[in-house]
Ligand binder design. Structure first.
Ligand code: FAD
Length: 512
């Protein structure tokens, strides 16, 4: 008789822990526990999404006549931890084994190593084969390479799964169409809305629970419209494929004031908790291309995110943990400014991205990378504080995907393991790819002085401040040549503006 534990991000009916289930004798266990809901103070919408998806998934399992025990968050007997709940149920039956699919995060995986001795019973941890590359395969690929680069990994994955391939090689003759995918937004463009599901009574009950038990967590609870069942998640995927995929590539990097969703898919949260499977999303997009419903630059771009980036960051995570979490190559130490929680700042782009994050538990990639992330990089914010923020504010955030994106992609805290150079940019990039600057107090065309866009001087301050660490990077040579050509007055202006900006930040912090 087995006790099969299903975690909150394992909501897939073909999950490895359920294979060979004996419907008569085995017990399935799902629990909403305090330890998981509060190890960071997750966005309220994220907790509603995970708990509601769990309860709907549990109902499906019961409909399949499996014997399931479900522990609600406010059950008076709930011990508050996964191991506590497993122990409680083991005591109620004659079990000979606990079976679980490998947790996605190092924290829990590490904790589980001690479960057999704590519980006094074998604990079998099965591979999570919903991913398209196992940690062992990734390590094999990485072994002996001087530099790890996503592009080469992605090509291997395209070959392995025969995705967008023909007899001669990649469809269209190129592996990557990214250079076609950098169009700025067009004035007056109307973007199709995101998928919206009506909260049912299960979701509403959890919304009340979250209001009661997590009142001090970040984020707006209303309106809630995420999918919480597999059927709804499939409908959300379908809407993306039919209504937004065509322009996914063209406007992948574009940002528009008041348009938080753009042409992105908004499926990351469903993929990460198991309501959608990565291969089915890839296949749907590829089929749209073959039917002539979406262009190659869009389809290849979308598939690269899932088959390439998603698997690559997970590979890096398991290859490099646990030391990856403590890296701070640029020795960044500054405290995360208070406006990351309130959205109250004069910088319109930051205000927009933070406010939308607070409302939706979502920001699209370029907002996370080139606005919020760029600011954290240039301002030298402590990686621990930045990681904590990103891990709690987004509904799709789990450490395996959040940490490499934050420490590797935005902060260069890993010294270049994930990205070949820091994604640092001045205000000119934000002006080119968005219409945020038009409504800003600061002037993006002004480089120095109190009216200047802070991204302009913070960019050069960052380059100068990190000279010893970054000058040797071959992809940064051009920047250091420009810095070397700068007059002493210009350098002083950059230093003085940056000092003034940081001082104002600190004063605000003290006045909190
Ligand atoms: P789309 O833009 O439509 O992309 C499709 C899918 O591709 C996504 O759903 C996701 O599964 C995958 N994908 C795209 N880019 C990446 C990437 N860089 N890494 C991994 N998968 C990717 N993604 C998360 O799932 N969870 C996170 O916690 C997370 N944190 C991030 C933090 C930072 C600083 C940055 C720069 C990126 C982060 N990402 C994270 C990656 C990416 O921004 C989100 O996956 C994406 O914005 C989710 O929205 P979407 O579903 O509309 O994605």
């Amino acid at each position: 008789m087995k006790l099969r534990l299903i975690l909150g991000d394992q909501l897939s009916s073909d999950i490895s822990s359920l294979r060979d289930v004996d419907a008569k004798n085995d017990t399935l266990l799902m629990c909403e526990v305090r330890a998981e809901a509060t190890y960071v103070k997750h966005h309220k919408k994220k907790i509603v999404f995970v708990f509601s998806s769990m309860r709907h998934f549990a109902a499906e399992l019961v409909r399949s006549e499996l014997n399931l025990q479900y522990v609600k968050y406010d059950d008076p007997q709930n011990s508050g931890s996964l191991v506590g709940e497993v122990a409680r149920f083991l005591a109620q039956g004659d079990y000979d084994e606990v079976i679980v699919t490998a947790p996605s995060e190092y924290r829990l995986s590490n904790e589980m190593q001690s479960w057999p001795s704590i519980l006094g019973i074998p604990v079998t941890i099965r591979e999570d084969d919903r991913f398209l590359c196992t940690p062992a395969e990734f390590s094999n690929w990485a072994k002996g390479r001087k530099q790890l680069r996503m592009e080469y990994f992605y090509r291997e994955m395209r070959r392995k799964y025969s995705v967008l391939m023909d007899e001669t090689g990649p469809v269209g003759g190129q592996w990557n169409y990214d250079s076609d995918n950098r169009k700025p937004p067009v004035a007056g463009m109307t973007v199709p809305d995101t998928y919206r599901a009506e909260p049912d009574s299960v979701t509403q009950e959890i919304m009340t629970l979250v209001e009661t038990h997590f009142p001090d967590h970040f984020g707006d609870l209303y309106p809630f419209h995420f999918a919480v069942t597999r059927d709804q998640a499939l409908a959300a995927l379908d809407e993306f494929i039919t209504r937004r995929l065509t322009f996914f590539g063209d406007y992948q990097d574009a940002m528009i004031q008041g348009e938080p969703w753009m042409y992105h898919s908004h499926i990351g949260l469903y993929l990460n908790c198991g309501l959608l499977n990565p291969l089915e999303c890839i296949e749907r997009a590829e089929a749209a291309f073959h039917k002539g419903d979406a262009p190659l630059n869009a389809v290849e771009g979308f598939i690269r995110q899932i088959l390439g980036w998603r698997e690559y960051v997970r590979g890096i995570y398991w290859h490099e943990m646990p030391h990856y979490a403590s890296q701070n190559f640029l020795e960044a130490k500054r405290t995360l400014p208070d406006f990351f929680w309130t959205g109250v700042t004069q910088m319109n782009c930051m205000r927009q991205c933070i406010t939308e994050t607070k409302q939706n538990a979502y920001a699209h990639h370029i907002q996370r990378l080139m606005v919020l992330g760029n600011f954290c990089l240039l301002a030298g914010i402590d990686p621990d504080e930045v990681n904590n923020w990103y891990l709690l504010v987004y509904a799709d955030a789990y450490e395996w995907v959040e940490l490499p994106n934050v420490s590797g992609m935005i902060l260069f805290a890993d010294g270049g393991q994930l990205a070949s150079k820091p994604y640092a940019a001045s205000g000119a990039y934000i002006k080119k790819m968005s219409n945020y600057c038009a409504s800003c107090t600061y002037k993006v065309t002004v480089k120095n002085g109190p009216k200047a866009c802070p991204f302009n001087y913070l960019y050069w301050d960052f380059i100068g401040r990190n000279d010893a660490k970054l000058r040797g990077n071959p992809r940064m040579g051009f920047m250091y040549k420009s810095l070397d050509r700068m007059s002493t007055e210009k350098r002083h202006a950059i230093r003085d503006d940056s000092r003034r900006f940081f001082k104002a930040l600190e004063t605000n912090e003290k006045g909190r």
